[in-house]
Design a protein around this ligand. Structure first.
Ligand SMILES: NC(=O)c1ccc[n+]([C@@H]2O[C@H](COP(=O)([O-])OP(=O)(O)OC[C@H]3O[C@@H](n4cnc5c(N)ncnc54)[C@H](O)[C@@H]3O)[C@@H](O)[C@H]2O)c1
Length: 450
């Protein structure tokens, strides 16, 4: 519940005070399965056609990007919806000029919630090519900080052999409002043995399990999965039973009251799926969302506080994965999806959160180790690392500190649970088979962290 101070802050007079303090009113971000409204431009710096091929596969019409060759950059005739720069094949530092020349006019003409998407090679050889590869990351992060009004930029490193079908779900996610709070990030996409086409309801006839689904981010993950066609199995502690029942009534899934720290939690989830949907039923995706905080400075953190957080946020999912991956009825399908929720606290560290940061950094380690192990079964393993998301968890942070966390990112606002849920939906998509071992921050390019 909002505090009185908060109510004042968000009231008309409060906003006037915020304006005087130099705090701009946050932009309303474009969200959902909605493409940019303005035209899309594409350019290739060294002749790769992957960017334009993928846009064509998605049915997105794109025109040639304008290029700056003088003091005054050429202006697009209309506000630009998105620019896709195919920078694959770049190996020499002078070639970075091509990127500057394409970005300059686009940044100037970008519509609110517009998009810049840069494609680059993941594998390069030679010192200069490595310098170029990393320089692209620096440019991407900086442009993210310079774009205004909810526009974002992201960089996708592409493994050798990646085709337009492998890249399509990523490009679609980035163009659409689903990626509203993903900014200044980079991750890697590779070729997949089998990739489905991008579809509007990609999870039709698939079972998705979400832990911690009674409220907050978990409830949104279940809602987005159901919107995308999934049959959802919503798991939460018995204390959250009423909210869980209300959600599953609304979404048409199954509620399972279960503390995930139970030694047999994985077995019980599989048993529930098998008894409800038949012995042949398999889970398409397991979303390890349940998490807790028990914040204290390390000097005040006793063993119980430490253990509670590590147990719920990390150890429980390790145990559940073992049961769900052993091929039992109701377990995870080959070609399935494992998704965990990390946190920017796990990436950057956060004062007062040694236990939480340990658990969330551990999640990152788990994802990176498990992904190659399960690649042969077609199972992808990924994580999101949310920054400041407006939920009951973050509502507990004292107001002033919360206002600082909320605003110190490139989009100047907190994210919504749906922003995390949409990113997870992107991982769950059968068309995202080439996305594995990745940790994507959903943080509006939070100033804290990598
Ligand atoms: N809100 C944020 O800004 C933020 C930022 C980074 C990461 N996260 C992570 O996102 C996830 C969801 O966070 P949220 O903000 O929605 O939290 P929340 O506290 O609003 O909801 C968490 C849910 O998990 C359930 N849960 C807790 N322990 C459980 C257990 N042992 N077994 C089953 N269910 C259990 C709770 O009952 C609750 O319904 C967590 O993993 C959290 O660490 C949140």
């Amino acid at each position: 519940m909002a505090t009185m101070l908060e109510q004042l802050f968000y009231s008309g007079p409060g906003q006037a005070v915020a304006g005087k303090l130099g705090l701009p009113e946050p932009e309303t971000l474009r969200r959902g399965r909605v493409n940019p409204s303005g035209p899309v431009a594409v350019t290739s710096l060294t002749g790769s056609s992957l960017g334009s091929d993928t846009l064509a596969l998605l049915g997105v019409a794109a025109s040639a990007a304008l290029v700056d060759d003088g003091d005054e950059p050429p202006a697009y005739p209309a506000r630009l919806g998105a620019l896709v720069v195919d920078a694959r094949g770049l190996t020499l530092l002078p070639q970075l000029e091509g990127l500057r020349a394409a970005l300059r006019p686009a940044v100037k003409s970008m519509e609110p919630s517009g998009r810049i998407i840069v494609l680059a090679d993941d594998e390069v050889s030679g010192l200069e090519a490595h310098a170029v590869r990393q320089a692209l990351d620096g440019i991407n992060r900086t442009v993210g900080k310079e774009l205004r009004r909810g526009a974002t930029t992201n960089l996708i490193y592409v493994r050798p052999g990646t085709g337009a079908t492998d890249l399509a779900s990523t490009l679609s996610f980035l163009l659409q409002g689903r990626s509203a709070f993903v900014d200044g990030q980079s991750w890697t996409v590779g070729p997949a043995a089998a990739t489905s086409a991008v579809r509007e309801r990609p999870l039709t006839d698939r079972i998705v399990v979400v832990t911690g689904a009674a409220r907050g981010i978990g409830a949104q993950i279940a809602t987005v999965a159901a919107r995308d066609g999934a049959t959802v199995v919503c798991v939460d502690v018995p204390a959250g039973g009423e909210a869980l029942a209300a959600l599953t009534n609304q979404l048409g899934g199954t509620a399972l009251q279960l503390d995930i720290t139970a030694a047999d939690a994985g077995e019980r989830i599989a048993a529930q799926v098998a008894s409800r949907y038949g012995d042949d039923a398999r889970i398409h995706a397991m979303v390890h969302n349940a998490g807790i905080t028990r914040d204290k400075l390390l000097v005040n953190t006793d063993a119980a506080r430490w253990a509670a957080v590590v147990e719920v946020n990390l150890a429980a999912q390790l145990r559940m994965n073992v049961a769900l991956l052993d091929g039992r009825p109701g377990g995870l399908a080959d070609d399935g999806r494992l998704v965990s929720i990390a946190s920017t606290s796990g990436i950057a560290g956060n004062r007062g959160q040694a236990n939480y940061a340990a658990s969330k950094a551990g999640v990152v380690g788990l994802v990176r180790a498990l992904a190659p192990e399960l690649a042969g079964r077609g199972i992808t393993v990924n994580a999101v690392a949310p920054g400041f998301i407006e939920t009951e968890m973050t509502a507990k942070i004292p107001f002033v500190q919360r206002e600082v966390f909320r605003r110190t990112n490139s989009l100047g606002q907190g994210g919504n649970p749906i922003d995390v849920a949409e990113t997870i939906g992107y991982f769950l998509d059968p068309a995202s088979a080439g996305v594995t071992g990745q940790v994507v921050r959903v943080c509006g390019q939070n100033l804290v962290g990598a």
